[in-house]
Each structure stands twice: as C-alpha cells, then as structure tokens.
Write a protein that binds this ligand. Sequence first.
Ligand SMILES: *Cc1c(COP(=O)(O)O)cnc(C)c1O
Length: 363
Amino acid sequence: MTQPSVRPGILDLKPYVAGESTLEGIDRIIKLSSNEGALGPSPRAVAAMRAAAMDMHRYPDGACVALREAIGRRHGLDPARLACGAGSDELISLLVRAYAGPGDEVLFPAHAFLMYRLYAQGAGVTPVAAPETDLVANVDALLDKVTERTRILFMANPNNPTGTYLPHAEVRRLREGLRDDVLLVLDAAYAEYVDKNDYEPGVTLVDSHPNTVMLRTFSKIHGLGGARLGWTYAPAHVVDVLNRVRSPFNVAAAAQAAGAAAIADVAFTDMARQHNDYWLAWTTDRLRALGLGLTDSVGNFVLATFHTEPGRTVQDADAFLRGKGVIARAMGAYGLPDSLRITIGTGEEMHACVDALTEFTGG
Ligand SMILES: *Cc1c(COP(=O)(O)O)cnc(C)c1O
C-alpha cells in the first residue's frame, strides 16, 4: 500500500524523550529529570484551576486577555505586546514556522535546548549549531555562523542543560552584531531563578532593538508544567504574526486561570526562588566535593560530569541512582555523554540524591 508522502525532514526526527517518572518495582520516586518547580504549583493556582473546571464546557478566551493583563501587571509590560502559547515550546514552533522555511537556517549554541533543533527539522529548516566555550554560549562563534540564510537565532539564557548564562552586555553585543532582519529569540525559561547583577532576561533588548523576542514559561518556577503555558514579549509585528499562525484556542481555559493566579502570587515565587538559591548552592558544593565536574548553573538544576573509568561512568551513576529511586536526566541527546542533569527538588530529595552519589563515588 502506498502512503502519503511525508514532508522532508520529518522522518529524520526522533520523537522527543521526556524525563522519566516511573521505575519498575520502586514506589517512592524522586523525579529530578525535567526541571519542574521543586515546590509544585502555588495553592492559588490550584484553586483557580479548580474553579475554572466548572466552566469546562466553554471555549477559552482565545486572546488570553486576563492572563496577559496579569503578566503585564507583574512584569510592567504592555499586554498588547504579549502572546501566550501552550508552553513556550509552542511559541518556539510557531516562530520557526512563521519565519523560516526549507533552505533557511536557524542558529543556536552547541548545547542549546533541543527543541530549537527539533522544530527546525520538522519545518524543513536547517539547524546550525555554533561552538561554545566551556559550556557557555560564545557570541563571536555565533556571529561567525550567520549566513544570508540565517532567519532566527535562538538562545536560552540561562541555558538548559548547561545552566550557564550570558551577561546582558554580551547578549547586547550579539544583537548588535546580527543583521536587523535576523530574529533573536531569548528564551528566558529560568530567568526567575537568576540572581546576578549583570543578567537581564531580555525585556530591555526587546524594547531597544528591532526583531528581538523574549520567551517565558510557567513550567519552571511557577510549577505549571502540566498545564502547558508560556508567553512571549515581542515587537508588535511579531505578536501580530503569532496571532495569525496560532490555533484560535491554543491555551486551555484552566491553564489561563492557573497562570493568572500563579503570576500574581509573588510570595510563592519568592519562596521558590529562595528555596532554589539555597539548594542549588548546597547541591553544587556537595557534588564538587565528590570530585564531579559541575558547571556554574544559575537555573533550577545542576549539570554534573562524571569520570570515564569503568564503574564510575555516568551510566553507572544513573543506574545506581535509579536503584535508589532517583531519576535524573542523561544528556547523551545533547551531546554531553558523560553528564547528568539533576533538577533541584525539595531539601529531602536533594539529600537523598547527594547521599546516593556519595555512596556511589565512595566519597
Ligand atoms: C523547560 C524549558 C522551556 C519550557 O517549555 P514549556 O513548553 O514552556 O514547558 C523552554 N525553554 C527552555 C530552555 C526550557 O528549559
């Protein structure tokens, strides 16, 4: 039987492998594989989603008006310059499809978030990766890779899975070195966790330079990964394009309600940030003391690089952790075959993880 022909690039895609959440024979799982918020969702977000359930027969507000107003209030942004998506993943996909096509290139740093490459491939767009320096994006290497076919440059800042970030001055230098018609997408999924004077998530660059877009998500510090909610702050012409290409009801009503409540719960967000500050430093110090290689992560996760002698490899470590019910994320798909990414969970979870790795390394 003949089949309809699939568009070029699609059969080269491997389905995304999400962080695992179950282990055979183990009841109590410690899931540190998907950078989900350690403290779960805000109780106010849970209450808002429960209340929204009563109106589940109604279509959502396709324009996400109340949600955009809530985001605008919290961040001091004009709601007319915001667009929402079913996760920032959807917005990445929409931007690729709207601004690039077969023969075009999208550019990103070598160990960038995988979805930039996957959505490009799915759209028949050529993904191009630029080298990094010690797992940090390199502005000059990125600018070197720009061609007349480059349409979009994606940069997660801070980056997942490396956890490293570029200071604002470097991001500005990147923007200033790019042609104006290249869309610069600053994916600030972990912005709320960063406590650095020289960091800026992208708002000022969206305001000061043409064709620059900031992406944000509710999946990390706000703990709403299961609700699928992300947003962008962008120039009016990009918002207009997104409103044309998105599905009319791309964000579920329950997600809109939960998001508006979550973003207004400043005390909860502050608590989540303080939790992360403490346990990120604690985990980094403990794992370094065991002789593992750790990047200077500013996100809600660490990237730990293991030794390569038999018995001490990352595969051995991963298996050992699983035996203790701890699921981290192997980074082979990211070209980091000796590394594990470990999300910052609760204090108890971090103790269990560090205790297991201490036993594993014989530290
Ligand atoms: C987790 C993550 C996202 C968020 O994805 P959602 O679709 O909003 O859940 C986006 N970018 C990066 C770099 C991430 O790590």
